[in-house]
Design a binder for this molecule. Sequence first.
Ligand code: R5P
Length: 320
Amino acid sequence: MVRVRLEEFKVFSGSSNEILSKRIVEYLGISAGKILVTRFPDGEIYVRCLENVRGKEIFVIQSTYSPSDNIVELLIMIDALKRASARSICAVIPFFGYARQDRKTKSREPISAKLMANLITTAGASRVISVDLHAGQIQGFFDIPMDNLTAYLILGRYFREKGLKEPVIVAPDVGAVHRATQFAGEIPTSTQAIFVKKRLSPEEVETSRLIGDVKGKSVILVDDAIHTGGTLISAAEEVLRRGAVEVYASATHGVFAGDALEKLDHSPIKEIVVTDTMPVEKRINLPEKVKVLTVAPLIGEAIRRIVLHESVSELFEKGL
Ligand code: R5P
């Protein structure tokens, strides 16, 4: 726990990330700002800030995973705080939703990630913090400061401490290579391999071409998010066919859509390590093989440094 000057800033939590928000304010040694988030009888969201924020530096923590109410709640919270004369408002979005549509791959498609950036900025955010954006270029969709923190160092260190024999860090698709490299940097004894993934449908993937050697090794699959689990399960089965001795998986965001948790529980993956950017710990029937690490010190430290006008870049390079 660190102590930052209390009068200078406030941290408010939306309803999508209560467990993580509690951990972040504990790290900072403060209590969360008081805010009422409730519903009109027809389901529309109503927000009222219950304390004075005039002239203060404000941080609002809210992940924007589905349902889309989470993004609307964030926008309404920012609007309420802006109209209450906050000096600055930083949207802390541990899981940035609608990030997959970051460019047009077919005609007449939207660029939803850019739309989200526009909405957040128009609502009144003056800065954004996120963790492991699906695509780093989403940073450029904002014309305000945007810090894309990474949890791969935290996840990599967890696996380093396991002391696996001959670990090989496998990117389940080409897009995951940079993530896998950051992760591998924390495990000096590791080697790397890459899958070429073909997505057959939103639920189905084919990962059969592997560049690199996994025979006789302990495989750690590294991805940014687990949605249906299809990517990881397909990759896990393939590395075992190619002679890997065991398979672990790691991702920053445990979205676990539909029956993903059940499918992963029955898969050959030994352990699945994610972080609390999503409220995974609230899931009922969370399989024992799913382990959740917290990113609260990472986000808390970024907030502390922003408030004290210290450099945040060290967090990207060395982690915590
Ligand atoms: C895709 O490009 C992402 O990096 C993940 O691989 C993907 O979101 C995982 O989805 P699923 O669990 O549904 O295969």
